[in-house]
Design a protein around this ligand. Structure first.
Ligand SMILES: NC(=O)C1=CN([C@@H]2O[C@H](COP(=O)(O)OP(=O)(O)OC[C@H]3O[C@@H](n4cnc5c(N)ncnc54)[C@H](OP(=O)(O)O)[C@@H]3O)[C@@H](O)[C@H]2O)[C@@H](O)CC1
Ligand SMILES: Nc1ncnc2c1ncn2[C@@H]1O[C@H](COP(=O)(O)OP(=O)(O)O)[C@@H](O)[C@H]1O
Ligand SMILES: [K+]
Length: 491
């Protein structure tokens, strides 16, 4: 897992580390890493035109020192000081001593813009002076007529570092060079795509980060490790059976899509219970279908939700699974049935895992408030309140546990923003739960695989939820560890 820490924890670690180092050491390390990445982007540093946007804090200091390193290597470096009365003096001196200069306007040629406007000290969106300087520099062209590359120092300026919110104007970076550790803005919210490619420079901070990370971000290895391995002795029941109670005669599509998602998961069998049974069996002959949950036979987890409606029969279905001692996923209509609070005790009193998968509007109905700018905190609050793992859907889907752990999914794809893809996700998630994964691991794994499937489907053209469902199986297969086989060695 990659990890992101909040600003207060970063500052505490920096203070602790700096107490052991000569003054300025951390900034020198940061600037060296920043300059190294800029040089790689420029390829020929000699003769390159670099413009620094320099704010009044240490973020500007980093930019000035990196500018000095590039100037020493023969780049023409121009610093635009956004607040000339408050500038990192030692950094400015270093730049000037290396042949760099200051100016009020960016020069005619700009190959590279270094955004040192503001870092972890940010408050609100870009201020007007900074936004104007950025706009001008971005309008220039490089030596070869190309648009300037933008490298953000630590974070793209203008974002809320702790939440990933973008409250106003902000820098859209090609590359962000960050120091010591990732921060939430690199991995969640609308800020994350503004960072472009994120490079983490080691400045020796990690041993001093005492606080727990605010957010975990799974990578491919985590998902490979999470996926169950089939044993040679497995049969369908030992692999787990997932029960799907979604869709209805009116909405059979939801049932077909969620069973499709479930079929891509690790379970040995998928049971369906509900009004769309005929359609489901037609689409997926391996599914064993009944009309009602109580008739379905044994399963190891239930998915109840989308397309079910919110009538008394639907409410009974939700109550039945909540009263069981099985892991449960509640999605879509099932979430709306929780809103009036009549099932609150049943829900909070469960000891078996429960995963809620709201999108923003479902979240607002359920929580009584919009997720707002801090989606991680919002998901954590709902998770604590409901005693459930909450998977808050979005372009960077968040998973939060009742104990306050939060994960951000890195694989989201706008291709998923199409009707029915949530049904596919819920089915897959149910299969992972029935396969024995802990609820937060199942949720994180499902979101990750679902995002990859969206990307894969998008390679073939416009995406529908069926395409995402069809793409899931090869995606899962690609990440699933090889099954144990009985290998017979010839004599
Ligand atoms: N600490 C360390 O050891 C290390 C720290 N390092 C570096 O220091 C950075 C943190 O530096 P920092 O604490 O000086 O704050 P910083 O991000 O420069 O911002 C403060 C300035 O920004 C201004 N400003 C605020 N909001 C704004 C906005 N929306 N738009 C425009 N301007 C805005 C604010 O103005 P004010 O509110 O005071 O008027 C003030 O002038 C960190 O991100 C990393 O790069 C590295 O060298 C590694 C070692
Ligand atoms: N812009 C986006 N980028 C990445 N993923 C997205 C985006 N928009 C939606 N998604 C994903 O698509 C799915 C949509 O689910 P949902 O809103 O329940 O739709 P439906 O109810 O139509 O199935 C979620 O997994 C969500 O995270
Ligand atoms: K910055």
């Amino acid at each position: 897992m990659r990890k992101a820490w909040r600003v207060a924890d970063v500052r505490a670690a920096e203070d602790a580390l700096m107490a052991h180092l000569p003054e300025g050491t951390l900034m020198q390390r940061a600037a060296a890493g920043l300059a190294r990445r800029c040089a790689l982007i420029l390829r020929n540093v000699y003769g390159a035109h670099v413009t620094l946007l320099v704010g009044a804090g240490n973020n500007g200091g980093d930019a000035l020192y990196a500018g000095a390193i590039l100037a020493n290597r023969g780049a023409a470096v121009t610093a635009i000081l956004l607040d000339p009365a408050r500038v990192h003096e030692a950094g400015l001196k270093a730049l000037k001593d290396s042949g760099g200069r200051t100016a009020e306007q960016p020069p005619r040629t700009v190959d590279l813009i270094i955004d040192g406007i503001v870092g972890i000290g940010a408050k609100g969106g870009l201020r007007s002076g900074a936004a104007a300087a950025l706009h001008k520099a971005q309008g220039r062209r490089g030596r070869h007529g190309q648009r300037p590359t933008i490298v953000a120092v630590d974070v793209p300026s203008g974002v809320d570092v702790d939440t990933g919110d973008v409250p106003g104007k902000a820098v859209q970076a090609d590359v962000t060079v960050t120091f010591g550790c990732l921060k939430p803005a690199h991995v969640v919210g609308p800020a994350a795509p503004l960072a472009g490619e994120v490079e983490l420079v080691d400045i020796g901070l990690r041993p001093w980060l005492m606080a727990d990370p605010a957010i975990l971000v799974p990578d491919r290895k985590d998902i490979v490790n999470a996926l169950p391995k089939h044993r040679p002795t497995d049969e369908k029941y030992t692999r787990g059976v997932v029960g799907i109670a979604t869709g209805s005669k009116t909405y059979p599509g939801a049932a077909i899509l969620s069973t499709w998602g479930a079929l891509a998961g690790p379970t040995g069998m998928v049971r369906y219970a509900g009004g769309a049974r005929q359609y489901v069996v037609q689409a997926h002959p391996s599914v064993v279908a009944t009309d009602r949950i109580t008739e379905a036979g044994r399963v190891q987890a239930w998915v109840v939700g989308s397309g079910l409606g919110t009538d008394e029969a639907a409410a009974t279905a939700v109550r039945t699974v909540l009263a069981s001692s099985l892991p449960v996923v509640l999605d879509a209509d099932a979430l709306n049935l929780l809103v009036d609070g009549t099932m609150a005790d049943l829900m909070r009193g469960r000891s078996a895992p429960l995963v809620l998968t709201p999108h923003d509007r479902e979240f607002a109905r359920l929580a009584g408030e919009e997720p707002g700018p801090d989606r991680v905190a919002a998901a954590q609050r709902l998770a604590a309140h409901t005693n459930a793992v909450v998977l808050l859907k979005g372009d960077r889907t968040i998973v939060a546990t009742p104990s306050g752990q939060a994960y951000a999914n890195p694989t989201g794809s706008a291709a998923l923003a199409t009707g029915g893809t949530g049904d596919v996700l819920a089915g897959l998630l149910g299969s992972l739960l029935a396969g024995g994964l802990r609820p937060e691991v199942a949720a994180v794994t499902a979101a990750y695989l679902h995002g990859l499937a969206g990307r894969e489907a998008a390679r073939q053209g416009p995406v529908s939820a069926s395409d995402v469902a069809a793409a899931l199986r090869p995606v899962v297969n690609d990440l699933r560890p090889g099954d144990q086989e009985n290998v017979v060695t010839p004599k």
